[in-house]
Write a protein that binds this ligand. Structure first.
Ligand code: BGC
Length: 716
């Protein structure tokens, strides 16, 4: 056994131990959500309600009501309950009578993930949960959590990046955050909904090891954290639509992941009422064909509500099947207390200012500084700044059901004017001369990604040319990217002086951007996904069926006339950095990467054991020092690499991280614990996690590509 932290001074040791207590034991400290009424108790109450209901009433409750409600029945004292999107704040539906007046537009979930700050994930989600309470919303239709497999996926902005471990840690905190406000969190979209392109007519062909190692861990973490609802996906999974698949719902979700509560379908995603009833689903959403236009053309009304009675009469399903569906919904609502207290609580309106502050904090920690030639940032006082580009007057944001309009929205122009005053000029279409004569050019570019469509990795031609021209005219160009996913930057990456990857920052995030450019805030975001040089390099390349146009839209999204096409997850577990590392393809910017205005030094790696037995945990300790001149956060990452295994495994995988604040000159000792699970892989034969004895690399880095410290341990 090696000695621990011998190199730290007595003083810093005290600090480090305090910090260890307060910051380093997140795994142990994590408290799952507990419903107000236990599963068993709620089950008994649900049984007594179901026993009183007529078959017609039960069928009525097996589907949604008025597009966004769970049906209520006054005679049984069960009120109707409102379900609302989305992960990044409350999506207000103005057509619904009790719509809220306003809701905070938070930075998108991918931005939240770029903070690597699990506490922030909790307070972000708690804020969203409280806004739900203010708006009479019982169930939040989020968090969305499909893995970033394809940079072209139009919904990546709604999700938590490419790494299952990072996503899992953020999601468990998100879930406890939302539910601590008394709002149900819905984990979605279960599962393998990793592209938007023809999402209803694609069939994800994916093996179980890949599911368990890549696509399920974030769901599992959400379930273990106590999430009380899951939404199935639009796509097929191994030849059956997820919303009516016994394999997906009963086997994967319920048996293998242990989910006990409410399972609802995505909106119009079930096609065979008999299968739907028998799949393990509780609530078919929205339950009625209204609005569904093309989806139901030529198919008639194929929903559960319209067919259940006939199916019972034909002995194809039983009344008990319907009872099971409805009981699951009622039990969940009872356990959350939704039938015993009002959902709406206006006291939460008082917290909106606090929520705005959480949104701003998130933006401050989310922005990723990708390059900073000659320390051009932060902008020095005397510089004349030219601001130009595409998202200066209007915010870039994600679209679809996740869209949140926000209020008191601060444009880049307003935020930058406030920060820089007369030093900053905004010119929409500057002349070459104006670009050349500026000390610094801030060029805003990006994409507006949306549900229902994927979008090219490459920027639109006109925008790409504008970046190329600007960086050619003025080498002091800082490119600000607002996007919900990766974009191709390869042609101008070398020529730009600095690049700030700024996601969709929500209603006040431009303040954070201005603060980072001026130096009031030191950037600390790190990429939650790999940025490839070209789309062809990525694991998802080739996912589009031959001859299909990439740009789909809402009308195409609703079309069911397309043949079902297979999306083969042939890369298996090699998603994100796992792929680039295994294939030895150098990305433009690696997973976990992000610069700071200061410099951190890593030293004194100590592992508690050189050899461990199965079941034993391993303590990994090291020292971080801020050797620069400004205070800042560093996110240190711990990766584990299996040297030799019976199956092909990734070179290394993220198994721990810690975000820590250090003043100039300050050192802190940090500790991350590893459990047996952190060394294991999913064994397809035994259908269980398996740890093989042998050697493992323990790697500590500031990104997946920048490993600062390493050690090797043997598992017996
Ligand atoms: C989306 C879901 C959303 C639902 C209700 C669907 O189109 O895929 O994420 O929750 O609509 O708005």
């Amino acid at each position: 056994m090696k000695k621990l932290l011998t190199i730290l001074t007595v003083l810093s040791m005290t600090i480090s131990i305090n910090n260890c207590d307060s910051e380093n034991f997140e795994k142990e400290k994590f408290e799952p959500f507990k419903p107000v009424i236990s599963y068993e108790e709620a089950g008994k109450r649900a049984d007594s309600i179901v026993a009183k209901m007529s078959i017609e009433e039960k069928i009525e409750m097996a589907g949604g009501h008025n597009s966004f409600y769970i049906k209520g029945f006054e005679q049984y004292d069960i009120p109707q309950l409102y379900l609302s999107d989305a992960t990044q704040g409350v999506h207000i539906r103005k057509d619904l009578s009790d719509a809220m007046e306003k809701s905070v537009a938070f930075p998108c979930p991918l931005a939240l993930t770029a903070t690597w700050n699990t506490e922030l994930a909790h307070s972000y989600a708690k804020s969203v949960g409280e806004e739900c309470r203010a708006g009479d919303i019982a169930v939040l239709l989020g968090p969305g959590m499909n893995i970033y497999r394809i940079s072209q996926n139009g919904r990546n902005f709604e999700y938590f990046g490419e790494d299952p471990f990072l996503a899992a840690r953020m999601i468990e905190n998100y879930v406890t955050g939302v539910q601590s406000a008394g709002t149900i969190a819905t984990l979605k979209h279960f599962v393998a909904n990793n592209n938007e392109y023809h999402r209803r007519t694609t069939n994800a062909i994916v093996d179980e090891r890949t599911l368990h190692e890549i696509y399920l861990p974030a769901f599992k973490a959400g379930i273990d954290a106590g999430a009380m609802a899951v939404m199935t996906a639009y796509n097929q999974v191994n030849n059956e639509w997820a919303g009516q698949s016994r394999y997906v719902i009963d086997s994967l979700l319920r048996e293998q992941l242990g989910f006990k509560w409410l399972v609802m379908s995505d909106w119009w995603s079930t096609w065979d009422p008999e299968k739907t009833i028998k799949s393990g689903l509780n609530l078919e959403m929205p339950g009625d064909p209204i609005m569904a236009r093309k989806v139901f053309q030529d198919r008639g009304n194929i929903l559960v509500k319209a067919n259940a009675k006939r199916l019972i009469d034909e002995c194809r399903v039983t009344e008990e099947d319907i009872d099971r569906m409805v009981k699951g919904t009622i039990r969940t609502c009872i356990a959350m207390g939704l039938y015993d207290r009002p959902v709406k609580d206006e006291k939460y309106l008082m917290n909106f200012e606090q929520h705005e502050q959480v949104a701003l904090e998130t933006a401050r920690e989310a922005i990723v500084l990708l390059k900073n030639e000659n320390s051009i940032l932060p902008v020095k006082d005397e510089r004349k700044i030219l601001l130009t580009g595409y998202f200066v007057e209007k915010l870039a944001h994600g679209g679809g059901s996740a869209y949140v309009e926000g209020y008191n929205v601060i444009s880049m122009l307003e935020a930058f004017k406030n920060e820089f005053g007369d030093k900053l000029d905004y010119v929409k279409n500057p002349s070459d001369e104006q670009i050349q004569s500026a000390d610094i050019v801030l060029l805003s570019i990006g994409t507006m990604d949306t549900e229902g469509a994927d979008r090219p990795f490459e920027l639109e031609e006109e925008m790409e040319n504008r970046v190329l021209e600007t960086v050619a005219l003025n080498p002091n160009t800082v490119v600000i990217v607002n996007s919900g996913s990766g974009i191709k930057m390869t042609e101008w990456n070398d020529k730009a002086a600095a690049i700030l990857y700024s996601w969709y920052l929500g209603q006040n995030g431009n303040i954070a951007l201005a603060e980072i450019i001026s130096g009031k805030i030191n950037p600390s975001g790190k990429l939650p996904m790999t940025l490839e040089k070209k789309f062809e390099d990525s694991p998802g390349y080739g996912y589009l069926p031959e001859g299909y146009d990439l740009r789909s839209d809402w009308d195409i999204d609703m079309e069911m006339d397309f043949p079902i096409t297979d999306i083969k997850y042939d890369e298996g577990v090699f998603v994100g950095y796992r792929w680039y590392e295994a294939k030895k393809i150098e990305p433009l910017y690696p997973f976990g990467y992000g610069l700071s205005y200061t410099v951190f030094e890593y030293a004194d790696l100590e592992v508690s054991h050189d050899e461990i037995e199965k079941g034993e945990s391993l303590e990994v300790e090291f020292k971080l020092t801020n050797v620069g001149n400004v205070a800042g956060y560093e996110t240190a990452q711990l990766y584990v690499g299996d040297i030799e295994a019976a199956v092909v495994r990734p070179v290394k995988e993220l198994k721990g991280f810690i975000k820590i604040f250090l003043n100039p000159g300050e050192s802190k000792g940090v500790r991350i614990s590893l459990e047996e699970k952190d060394f294991s892989f999913w064994d397809a034969e035994t259908k269980a996690w398996k740890t093989e004895p042998g050697e493992f690399d323990i790697l500590i880095g500031s990104s997946s590509a920048n490993i600062k410290l390493s050690s090797r341990v043997t598992l017996r």
